[in-house]
Design a protein around this ligand. Sequence first.
Ligand SMILES: Cc1cc2nc3c(=O)[nH]c(=O)nc-3n(C[C@H](O)[C@H](O)[C@H](O)COP(=O)(O)OP(=O)(O)OC[C@H]3O[C@@H](n4cnc5c(N)ncnc54)[C@H](O)[C@@H]3O)c2cc1C
Length: 301
Amino acid sequence: MDAEVAVIGASFAGVSAAIMLARARRRVVLIDDDRTRNRFAHGSHGFLGQDGVPPAAIRDKGLAEVLAYPAARHLPGRVTRISGGPDDFVLEGPERLGAARVILAYGQRDILPPIPGLAECWGKTVNQCPYCHGYELADRTTGLLAVDAIPMHHATHLRDWTDDLVLLENGVPVTAEEAAGLDRPGLRRAAGRVLRVRHSGGAIEAVELDGGRRVEMRALYLVSTQEPAAGLGEALGCRMVETPMGRHLWVDDHQRTSVPGIFAAGDLCRPFPSATQAAATGNTAGAACHQDLLGLLPAME
Ligand SMILES: Cc1cc2nc3c(=O)[nH]c(=O)nc-3n(C[C@H](O)[C@H](O)[C@H](O)COP(=O)(O)OP(=O)(O)OC[C@H]3O[C@@H](n4cnc5c(N)ncnc54)[C@H](O)[C@@H]3O)c2cc1C
């Protein structure tokens, strides 16, 4: 057996899981292809002791801390297949690896609407989470893009960051109840589909609507849909949870998936992205996986 535990994904969740196992002196290997969800952002905010630090720097520091333990190993590359079962998993990837347990920590990927110019601004001036980047983008003329539904929650939420919000309806119908909720000072509505985002090096300047209208703005929010960044859990038959934002893996209180011997942590098993929550669930997964190796976990219900 190459490793007692293989962790797929070496970011907030995976590194936090691995350090628990390394400290328990269990052989743990972290396999990662270096495409973290927040790689588009200059800084990560709201993470204890690291507010505003570039995401890659946080990850590199955490990884270096884990690899200081002799039981830990890092393998760059992508895992493409997992087969076998508890005490006998086989992972195909940069190397063929055997492991007794597996922790899936490969995150979610955001699916952005295919509007030219939008992706170039993602993580810079176009974001989903105002807690993450709203402070830096506050007090600007700010767009709020409807994708599949009118984002009523964000429309209220954003009032603490801007008093000049433009709802871009983008062809999504507005109900009478929604219209009443949107009727407040500091919020304008712009009908019409968004055809293009104009920007300078990721700094949004305006959106162009069908009919030729241009709406100036210096920040934009949208509620992206998401999906697992790899299909490994689904291929194993792990139970999924569907939400209006997309699908993620189901886990129990010990971060166990529905497949014996397979644990999961981080964004992959939560509908809302958060580096802190990813680290917290990674910590739980690492400890629970260790206890499972010792036969200490209760049977699953
Ligand atoms: C633009 C943006 C900005 C954000 N800013 C903030 C912020 O300021 N504060 C905050 O708390 N949260 C922020 N978030 C959310 C934050 O990025 C996530 O909550 C966090 O990265 C989740 O950590 P994770 O370890 O679960 O997954 P990730 O960080 O996404 O890491 C998953 C890792 O798994 C690897 N991987 C995937 N598939 C495979 C495979 N098959 N084989 C090997 N490796 C694989 C990936 O390459 C990646 O390194 C932001 C998100 C976005 C999109």
